[in-house]
Design a protein around this ligand. Structure first.
Ligand code: THU
Length: 143
């Protein structure tokens, strides 16, 4: 059962969840065996997905959120209205520290970041909750 959301319609959450779950299945995680999928809703209502892509040189691996944000930018958008991340196993995944900063570049402070596990939705946060007092474009004079 998906939670209702005040500013994200039920069917949009469902769309993000299905997209992130499908992306997760294409993850490449032979080292951690922890597949992650991410779906980003952009300012045009489009959904972009990413999966984690690991590497034998471990630090070179990519997180699912990074892939989804890259797909969004390639498609011509730099505003993410909502993000959903799905991990492996019974516990939901929350974006890692590096991904929080990457999301910060393209999300408003109040943008919803939804979490999920294989089987259920997890807690919902705002970007500002995940990355308070953050550093961002305004520090460098950008809007
Ligand atoms: N991972 C993500 O894709 N996103 C996160 O926010 C957390 C971690 C991936 C990285 C690595 O491939 C695997 O999960 C185990 O840490």
């Amino acid at each position: 059962m998906l939670p209702m959301s005040s500013d994200l319609p039920y069917n949009t959450i469902d769309q993000l969840l299905l997209a992130a779950r499908a992306a997760r299945l294409n993850g490449y995680a032979p080292y951690s065996n922890y597949l992650v999928g991410a779906a980003v809703l952009d300012d045009q209502g489009r959904v972009h997905v990413g999966c984690n892509v690991e590497n034998a040189a471990y630090p070179e691996g990519l997180c699912a959120e990074a892939g989804a944000l890259s797909a969004m930018v390639v498609a011509g958008s730099t505003r993410a209205h909502a993000v959903l991340v799905v991990g492996t196993g019974g516990t939901w995944v929350t974006p890692c520290g590096g991904c929080r900063q990457k999301l910060r570049e393209f999300c408003a402070p109040e943008a919803p970041i939804l979490t999920a596990s294989d089987t259920e939705m997890g807690p919902r946060y705002t970007l500002a909750q995940l990355l308070p007092q953050s550093y961002g474009p305004s520090h460098l004079g950008l809007p």
